[in-house]
Design a protein around this ligand. Structure first.
Ligand SMILES: Cc1cc2nc3c(=O)[nH]c(=O)nc-3n(C[C@H](O)[C@H](O)[C@H](O)COP(=O)(O)O)c2cc1C
Length: 367
């Protein structure tokens, strides 16, 4: 095994505008694991899975998408941060993640029209009416309530002892539904890009107002698909990084080496990552996620200009992925597919393994 040495960049602490520094450039991706209790409270399986990643050396450990209000609940077994009943579990989770040297954060989520009404017991809401999905547009007053729900959830995470939170503005959930050109609302929360992006800026501002000066706030955006226009998402990413209220932006690219999806955006030799690493950051840190599975991949992302790297599936396959890439420049995570027993040995509970195998059957061997 060769020692790191020349790769001090990935082992170097990350200093952010607010809140604690991270011990290295590696963040555990938000990973839905459906292991919480049906009322959104923390289970033993969920804390075991996350604390193992803190022990495994990650600079920041992010929870799965956690619902900020019951209407936004997307899955049975989703973590909740919508009610004080969630506090005791969140307190324990924050404490144990931090005990192992990682910075702790909760991902704040509202699924909008992608919620599951059979789980939430609430009607489907979105930025716009979508009769085919039986989803209706939020009223203006309800949009303001959603912003308050994000702020209250962040405040709750802070009270629980978390170092910070990340706003989930990616993957077709409620905030993305507002950003889509399809959102033609005329009440100031839709129409042109400024109107469609307003909710993103107001959620950030409301969380800042509700939390203390050291609360570390991030935002996750995804730049394409789900009806989004890449060019517009580059604009939004630039705006949130220049605003000064965010400490980091987490760009969910699904594959850090991919080219833009839209043919019109495929400039020769231009990768999707370049659209974001070339933006002015104004002191906001920039991370990228997608198909990072080795020390070489992490280094490549940092060489492209990212400040940190977000790791999902490879952190499922190896709870100590971060410690391994810090120690060994040649490290490669176990290759998928992996067996169910492998995932059990890596501290995933049965509910998580079932969910993962059900959604990505080619990644889990029958056993
Ligand atoms: C099982 C699973 C659950 C996920 N859950 C979430 C989630 O709760 N929130 C989110 O923003 N992204 C979620 N993602 C996306 C990941 O955070 C990550 O961006 C994506 O898997 C690409 O990174 P990777 O190739 O390192 O896994 C999930 C992905 C997987 C595989």
């Amino acid at each position: 095994m060769r020692q790191a040495g020349s790769v001090t960049d990935l082992a170097e602490p990350l200093v952010l505008r607010r809140g604690p520094s991270w011990r290295n450039r590696l963040m555990l991706a938000p990973l839905t694991n459906t292991q919480s209790h049906l009322d959104g409270t923390l289970s033993e399986d969920e804390i075991r899975w996350l604390v193992a990643r803190a022990r495994g050396g990650f600079g920041l450990v992010m929870t799965a998408a956690a619902y900020v209000s019951r209407a936004g609940n997307a899955w049975a077994g989703q973590l909740g941060v919508s009610d004080d009943a969630h506090l005791p579990g969140l307190e324990r989770l924050a404490r144990e993640i931090k005990e192992h040297g990682a910075v702790s954060s909760v991902q704040l989520h509202h699924a909008g029209k992608r919620a599951d009404t059979t789980v939430s017991g609430m009607p489907l809401v979105s930025a716009y009416d979508e009769p085919a999905k039986e989803a209706r547009a939020l009223t203006t007053g309800e949009v303001e309530q959603v912003i308050e729900d994000f702020a209250a959830a962040a405040r709750r995470a802070e009270r629980a002892g978390f170092d910070g939170a990340e706003i989930h503005g990616a993957h077709g959930y409620l905030l993305t539904q507002f950003l889509e050109p399809r959102n033609t609302r005329t009440d100031g929360w839709g129409g042109d890009l400024a109107g469609r992006a307003r909710i993103v800026h107001e959620v950030i501002a409301a969380i800042r107002a509700a939390t203390g000066p050291d609360f570390q706030l991030g935002m996750r955006l995804s730049p394409e698909r789900h009806g989004l226009r890449l060019e517009e998402m580059v604009t939004v990413a630039g705006e949130v990084m220049s605003g000064g209220d965010l400490d980091y932006l987490d760009m969910s690219l699904w594959d850090v080496r991919k080219r833009p999806h839209e043919a019109s955006d495929q400039h020769e030799d231009r990768l999707l990552i370049d659209e974001f690493t070339s933006l002015e950051r104004h002191g906001t840190r920039l991370g990228v996620a997608g198909a990072v599975s080795s020390a070489a991949d992490v280094r490549w992302c940092l060489e492209q200009g990212a400040d940190f790297v977000i790791v999902g599936k490879s952190a499922m396959a190896d709870h100590a992925f971060a410690a391994h890439v810090v120690a060994d420049v040649d490290y490669e995570a176990p290759r998928f597919p992996v067996s169910r027993q492998h995932l059990r040995d890596e501290y995933l509970g049965e509910a998580f393994i079932d969910y993962f195998a059900g959604t990505w059957p080619h990644l889990v061997e029958d056993s």
